[in-house]
Design a protein around this ligand. Structure first.
Ligand code: CO
Length: 209
């Protein structure tokens, strides 16, 4: 219970601090949001998307799930992407993976996890497509890092093939797509792929089959 109440106390302190610095901090954000970024991150509690990028309230539209995945059948993420692109007109859509991701570790493990195995199936497909490359990694750490990179590239690739993004590009609209891997151990972002803004540029991201 104490841990939970601490959140409420922190919130009151934070709100007071923000208003202390800028009396209109909250009121000027009340009517509308104009974020320039949509970020798709992992649900992992060690990946504080706004905190690590210095994004203030109103600056970043956020979607999170286990393994920062983009599924073409997931109404949840597709709704988020469509609203961000077609209504908010964000300039950038970022897929952000991270080091030591539990989802990727679970995908490597042979053991069954129940329902979550379905959610991990796309990551396991990525592993199969890049089997040789992953097998050639010298250590388990290196293999996990490589998979985090490959997973981000795969998810940016899937995003680039959604009708939402393709239609936006056809209309000469934003956004640019980017892929990052956040390193929990250093707090720093590794830039994997940047400024993808055409189907041609995106074509190299996904396996040919
Ligand atoms: Co994760």
């Amino acid at each position: 219970m104490k841990n939970y109440l601490k959140l409420i106390q922190n919130n009151a302190d934070w709100a007071r601090e923000m208003v202390g610095k800028d009396a209109d901090f909250f009121s000027k954000r009340e009517q509308a949001q104009t974020p320039h970024h949509l970020i798709i991150g992992c649900s992992d509690s060690r990946v504080p998307l706004e905190l690590m990028t210095g994004a203030l309230p109103g600056e970043m539209f956020v979607h999170r799930n286990i393994g920062n995945q983009v599924w073409e059948t997931d109404m949840n993420i597709l709704s988020v992407v469509q609203f961000a692109v077609d209504v908010l007109d964000v300039e950038h859509v970022i897929v952000c993976g991270h080091s030591n991701c539990g989802a990727l570790k679970a995908a490597f493990a042979d053991s069954a996890h129940g329902l979550i195995d379905h959610w991990l199936s796309d990551i396991r497909s990525t592993m199969r497509w890049h089997e040789d490359e992953l097998a050639s990694c010298a250590t388990a750490e290196e293999r996990l890092h490589r998979l985090s990179v490959l997973n981000v590239l795969q998810q940016v690739g899937i995003l680039s093939r959604t009708p939402i993004i393709l239609d936006a590009w056809k209309r000469g609209r934003r956004p640019m797509l980017h892929g990052w891997v956040y390193d929990i151990g250093s707090g720093l972002i590794e830039r994997i792929v940047e400024q993808v803004d055409s189907a041609e540029m995106a074509a190299v991201l996904l396996p040919k089959n």
